[in-house]
Design a protein around this ligand. Sequence first.
Ligand code: BG6
Length: 526
Amino acid sequence: MTTALSVPLHLPESATAARPSPERGAPCTMVILGASGDLTRRKLVPALFHLMADGRLADDFSILGVGRARMGDDAFRDTMRTAAAESLGEEMGAPETWETFAARLEYHAGDLNDASTYAALRERVEALEQESESRGGPPRGRLFYLALPPSVYETTLVRLSESGLAPRLDVPDRLPWARIVIEKPFGHSLESAQALNRVVCARFAEHQIFRIDHFLGKDTVQNLLVFRFANSIFEPVWNRDHIHHVQITAAETVGVGSRAGYYEEAGVVRDMFQNHLLQLLALTAMEPPVAFRDEAVRTEKTKVLDAMRPMSPEEVQRSAVRGQYGRGAIDGKPVRGYLEEDRVAPASMTPTYAAVRLVVDNWRWQGVPFFLRSGKRMSRRATEIAIRFRHPPHLMFPQSAGQRLPSNVLAFRIQPDEGLSLCFEVKVPDIDLQMATANMDFSYAEGFGTSAHSAYETLLVDCMLGDATLFTRSDAVEAAWRVVDPILAAWEESPPPGFPNYAAGSRGPAAADDLIARDDAVWRSP
Ligand code: BG6
């Protein structure tokens, strides 16, 4: 018999007690390129405002938004206020707090393909710097955020460099620092990522480049590092001798929404696997870094990606499943299929779901499959990493015919209901010997209350401080493309099997169950 028991976990008082005073971002002028876009409205400005309200930004700080839309500073401030209010709700706080923030917001309308825009921008940035210095402020760094379509990254990087706005800083300069944040997707394939890296490396030092993956800013993702390397109980069993397989799931209930223009080009593998899921895999599988420092952590993560076995076209047939959602229902409400979404080609072959079996060819992980899956319009929203341990080598307790011993599973719930759980077998209190599965659960909300900061807030402060630990290095980006490129290539060669092949609101295509069953495993229902 197996019955799930719940063992609540209580944190000692000290866990929630006051911590050392937090770091603040360094003095800087932040230039958001693409300031009239969705990312700026939904993520960046709410994150920056919240950081300022929380005392996490330097006093010497300005934001200069740049976009095509013709508007003045005040119109930009109004648009951003509406956006921040939508995103933060009651957390907007007193109107004066917004006014303090708005006073630091400026806007410049211009075409980013045009060199004269950068000359004008340079003047405005220098004016802000001089104004700050004249008030006795410290020298300011420059932070450029590319909130732009990837197709214009290259031109923008070249122009930033040529205009002197973002000089290459290998040696001390008048500027304390100049950094560039580049959003995903970094490239469309290995070849295009390499080409973009060549542009980047020719014009900037690697320490100036922050390739952002917002998953790495999530507390629960960073907790993976703390859990693995600040505890000693699991590390001895974190290997092929004890782990049967690893499952990494990122299931979403949302569809493609208004992003079909981008998604039609990207599909689920470029959108979720090349970055978020492979980053989660690398954090799960890497060797202990010697320090929580950027190069130490990034080197270990890159080694994992480098050790991943490239898939042959035959292997892709066997070990990768793709899907596209059809009509269905989410939370009891009917929803459209992918092909009926706005701006989707009527016969689109873009996958919105994928499940893949990957292998890490090194000593620690030889023979341990890593199953990754992600899909839009799934039955539930859940992102988790689950480690399934091996069965005991010999079971001394009798079992009835057909009964199977459940496995110990350690699951990191990245979102929602952030936390982790460990399942293990216990004896049911009775005269007979019967076993049940107990579930020891830690909930972030119960232990610490809801998280006060978004992933973007964490990552923006890190950029301002020059801490690249949670950002992706050029070699890691390329290594990740090396893993997914063969899958993309094989799928481009062969048409998909009867799309749409899963209903919105379902668990995904049945073929994904067969894929994992071949390794004597089943997908968890997170
Ligand atoms: C983005 C993808 O990077 O991550 C989206 O482009 C996806 O398609 C999103 O929905 C998921 O992020 P989160 O933080 O909402 O899980």
